[in-house]
Design a protein around this ligand. Sequence first.
Ligand code: ATP
Ligand code: MG
Length: 519
Amino acid sequence: MLCYIHIQTQQSFNTKNTNMGEIWGVIGSKLASILFMWAMVQRYCPHQIHALIEKFSQKLANFFYPYVEVKFFEYIGDYYRTNEAFTFIEYYLQSKPTNQAKKLRGESLRKSLVLKMDESQEFHDEFEGINVVWSLRKIVPNTKSVSFYPADEKRYYLLTFHRGNRDLVSETYLNHVLEQGKDIGLSKRQRKLYTNCTSGDSDMRGKWSHVIFDHPSSFETIAMDGKKKKEIVDDLVTFSKGKDYYARIGKPWKRGYLLYGPPGTGKSSLVAAIANFLKYDIYDIELTNVKTNAELRKLLIGITSKSVVVIEDIDCSVDLTGQRKTDSENGNEKDEGNDENEKDDKSKVVAASMIQLKAEANRNKTSQVTLSGLLNFIDGIWSASTGERLIIFTTNYVEKLDKALIRRGRMDMHIELSYCCFDGFKMLAMNYMSVETHPLFDTVRGLLEETNITPADVAENLMPKVANEDVETSLERLIRALRSSMEEAKKKAEKTEESTGGLEDNKTLLQEEIDNGKS
Ligand SMILES: Nc1ncnc2c1ncn2[C@@H]1O[C@H](COP(=O)(O)OP(=O)(O)OP(=O)(O)O)[C@@H](O)[C@H]1O
Ligand SMILES: [Mg+2]
């Protein structure tokens, strides 16, 4: 469990239940005298007296403020990793009655309303006869730049307790809070869908922003071959229970899935179903927004455990052969430059600088992430820092991908999502129309064997177009779509045959000419 605790003994006075103005006035003048005397002591007293006074002043401060403060920041480290302790405390405090607080925040969670402690509010907790106080605070950075993201604010929970209870709090109470918070969190957890920030603000690069993940896809709603589906579910269950196994074989606890197939066959839906099945968060990386390998690593370190990391359409994201060239570098602009040869010198200079600017702009737009950066992301040393994690790539063109990227061990399971089969259709019919069987099913089965149609197209045809549309109308619409797709495929095949037939004719004519020439 990641718990970063910062213990700090405050050297100021407790102002609770007293007249603040008066006390601060007195404290101010006393403090000024003490500081003056302290400066004198430092200057003129011998070292032993110096140490004695320091000890005494420490005791005096402890006498006036005998409390210990512990801060639990929301994010930790330079990489903005979520501090799980903060999350668990939040859940713990949410479970407590909120009648002490005057300012609360209302958030909806799975259709029910949750009241959370607002900033600067205090919550007094009691545990085994001791009292502690929780409050939510934030540090606002002193910056003039305007940002849409509040991430630069550092929020933290502050726990205050009497120093006499230090052992009980640190050894028992905090464990109790974190354990309870974790249990509550698991039952109520709002899962999150993260994506990497696209802000032009360089401070936001390599950071995540999130929304609540609430996708309804599940293995029950995914239309695919039953055997294949079971294989995936079994693999996921084995993976999620594999903590000890992975530790024993010395491998980071992670697994890679490659989902490939034509558009509309359910790759993205399957990603959502997997995340829902495992109850993991999703980190959806838009690779084209990642400028460098270092930025990719920064993102990797910000990923928490129990997560699905997705890179959609990996073939379109970066040039994975390592030869990342912009148009300008490929010479397109060079040709433009050559055309300028006939113009006068001045316009040549202007044109050259324009080309340079264009090339620069292109370079800035293009991701500098390399294949080796991506491989490192998947299974480099840093990849072990995150814990239980699934990496999923999706693509329409598996053959375009570099073999190193998808070899077993990196992408452990290759899952093909294909055109709709009869099993898939029956599942969609059940989901979309709640019918298990129908006389028109046989016609659909026959047509599905003859032609290719994506589950997305089947689903679209099964969806009612007017209120209370009956099953027969939807099925007939699907049958029409299947027939027209068959027609189209037939026409295409004829055209191809014609053109290849024409080529064959040309070849025969040429051969005849050659033969005639020979004779
Ligand atoms: N196998 C499937 N099972 C159930 N529904 C599906 C399936 N495939 C597609 N659909 C439906 O079609 C829609 C599009 O599917 P999805 O986005 O998952 O396809 P995709 O394979 O990711 O496509 P692309 O390659 O274009 O990203 C989904 O919203 C879903 O309703
Ligand atoms: Mg998709």
